[in-house]
Design a binder for this molecule. Sequence first.
Ligand SMILES: Cc1ncc(COP(=O)(O)O)c(C=O)c1O
Length: 342
Amino acid sequence: MSYPYPIRTDIDWSSLSFSYSKTRSFIYFEWKNGAWSKGELRTDPNITMSIAATCLHYGQACFEGMKAFRCKDGKVRVFRPIENVRRMNRTGHQLLHPEIPEDMYMDAIHQVVLDNVDYVPPYESGGSLYIRPLYIGTGAQIGVSPASEYVFMIMVMPVGAYYKDGLKGVPALVIEDYDRAAPKGMGQYKVAGNYGASLMPAKLAKKAGYPIPLFLDPREHKYIDEFGTSNFFAISRDGKYVTSDSPSILPSVTNMSLMQVARDLGLTVEKRPVPASELDDFAEVGACGTAVVITPISSVTIGGKVIEYGHECGPISQKLYDRLLGTQKGELEDIHNWLFEI
Ligand SMILES: Cc1ncc(COP(=O)(O)O)c(C=O)c1O
């Protein structure tokens, strides 16, 4: 498709949520006999594989998530895809998957977004095109060892703006009976198995009335690790951006970007172990990730004690959110060269 890019007229952009929908195509690569195939745009979203494919048995599966935006000037741009490429290769390295060449990966993102560019929601809708790379072992074998064959795919789908009426706080619960990851385990990698491990604690938290679970470090249960699918950050009473440093949390691209935005705004950034006892001292607490950018946390409940931060988004979190989203949507100058134009 060529610029100016079309927009579909058969989608109700105002009713999109963060859910799967089929688009025109996904891109598909195979790794066989030590080499990658050429990327193929496929339209049938069903794939076939052996019942002995290692991704089905031994957790040889990892994924990524990022977004493309239809910007104010009509151009379509992806937010910091190179960071996702690198994070997936770090994860893949840990799973003994073959490396995906960065130029192949970036070209694949370009091709699949371009082929589905009419699915990128209009600028005014606040929506975006969610990009989901998936990398799995598909070789048929029954022993636990690296796969003989792999598949790398990228699917895309339009998703809606989370907050149509402004940022609203949600209560979080500190999970005390489960860990998301092991102390020297896979917490810093985006492996599929981590998400299986988070389902039960997330369900129990939801049942108790908390949409977001907050995990502590798995070694001592003393420090704050991260939320179920987003990083933890807080604004101290003296206006510092504080975020957890831990080997068992996922290095969030959003958090990395918010730290830079915080510095741009003149805030001091502290990335360090954050004792749970410090929760009493923060002015604002937030969860950050690609899906929502920032979810303000209205309260954290820990050991039956409720620490309140207020239902409205705090002023510094709001500023950070506005700066980051404004950059993603091309309303503000991309001073750090974060956007990848399609
Ligand atoms: C466990 C976990 N932490 C943090 C994040 C946020 O990372 P990012 O900002 O790269 O989306 C995610 C989402 O990808 C996640 O699944």
